[in-house]
Design a protein around this ligand. Structure first.
Ligand SMILES: C[C@@](O)(CCO)CC(=O)[O-]
Length: 328
């Protein structure tokens, strides 16, 4: 019989979970301090368990890699960072360091959030790990410590994260985010969104880097575009509070056109946005870093969102689904 690459731990366990996020307005501009509006997406979640026991050292079980932490591939570095930092902050540094004679730990990660699609997968996985570590330690995890831990992992994943993903994966409703601070915003009437996944990953680090390079080459025109994204985000707060679907949709389409101009859209994203609008969406845009990833479109009802979803699939989307942001 072959030995398992990850011996069972068999000790005390800690568990944690976090949901996905979607940015309605302000991605990329938010990196430069502009406000952005984001929502939790509860239907997609990341889960982590950390089980104490077994030989010293950390072992990981995930869809991307299973084995000792030291052999984890480079793309798991943000996850490994989240595990080590969270165990240290939870007072379980001896597990994180794998000291001789100390217990080991088995970290299991499962996520339904598609990776690199602008839905906050890396932040949600880091938040789930932080919650599991504190649960294992029997310690209280406050919101600022959670934010710091997720940002520590996000800096490894993206270089210069604004913090919007870290805040939104822990939020319970729609938020306005700027420079690390969050405030809840009012949703005057249920907002029904058709989501489409292009099926293509988009690297946030690459997208943020390309906007930065554009800003260095063409500072005045790029800053004007980023300022307009900021104005749209700020103004959308009134439209969302008023439940003005037409205005929210129009603002999304304008934001998408600007995101196209700053170079973070793609032919595929543009085709899916156009198909959603042709199917009667009030407006549509890419969400998150772009270059690949997802589109969101404003629908008038759940049935309408399904029709828009079908049109987006005809335009090449790999998968579509509907999210209702409740009035709050
Ligand atoms: C593209 C970006 O604005 C949103 C990524 O979800 C990057 C960031 O805010 O860190």
């Amino acid at each position: 019989m072959q030995a398992s690459p990850v011996p069972a731990a068999g000790g005390r366990r800690g568990e944690g979970a976090a949901h996905a996020k979607a940015i309605l307005f302000g991605e990329h501009a938010v990196v430069y301090g502009a406000p952005a509006i984001a929502i939790p997406v509860d239907s997609l979640t990341a889960q982590a368990t950390i089980e104490r026991g077994g030989p010293a050292g950390l072992r990981i079980v995930s869809s991307l890699y299973t084995g000792p932490v030291d052999g984890a591939p480079a793309r798991l570095t943000p996850v490994v960072t989240a595990i080590r930092a969270s165990l240290e902050r939870a007072g379980l540094g001896e597990l994180a360091r794998g000291e001789a004679g100390a217990d080991g730990a088995l970290v299991t990660i499962a996520s339904s959030i598609p990776h690199e699609r602008g839905l906050g997968s890396s932040a949600a996985v880091a938040a789930a790990i932080a919650r599991a570590a504190f649960d294992l330690a029997g310690a209280e995890l406050d919101g600022e410590t959670l934010f710091d831990l997720v940002q520590t992992a996000e800096r490894v994943a993206h270089g210069k994260p604004s913090g919007i993903d870290a805040r939104t994966v822990a939020a319970t409703g729609a938020i306005r985010f700027t420079r690390g601070a969050v405030a809840p915003i009012r949703i005057g009437a249920p907002l029904i969104l058709a989501f489409a996944d292009t099926g293509h990953p988009g690297s946030t680090a690459q997208a943020v880097g390309s906007v930065q390079a554009l800003r260095e080459r063409e500072p005045a025109s790029t800053d004007a575009l980023l300022s307009r994204l900021a104005e749209i985000a700020e103004h959308s707060i009134e439209d969302l509070a008023a439940g003005d679907r037409a205005a929210v949709g129009a603002a999304m389409s304008e934001a998408h056109a600007i995101l196209h101009r700053v170079g973070v859209s793609s032919d595929h994203l543009d085709a899916i946005v156009a198909a959603a609008c042709a199917a009667g969406a009030s407006g549509a845009k890419l969400t998150g870093g772009g270059l690949g990833g997802c589109v969101i479109a404003v629908a008038s009802s759940t049935a309408h969102a399904e029709q828009i979803g079908a049109a987006m699939r005809d335009a090449g989307a790999e998968r579509t689904w509907t999210v209702e942001v409740p009035a709050a």
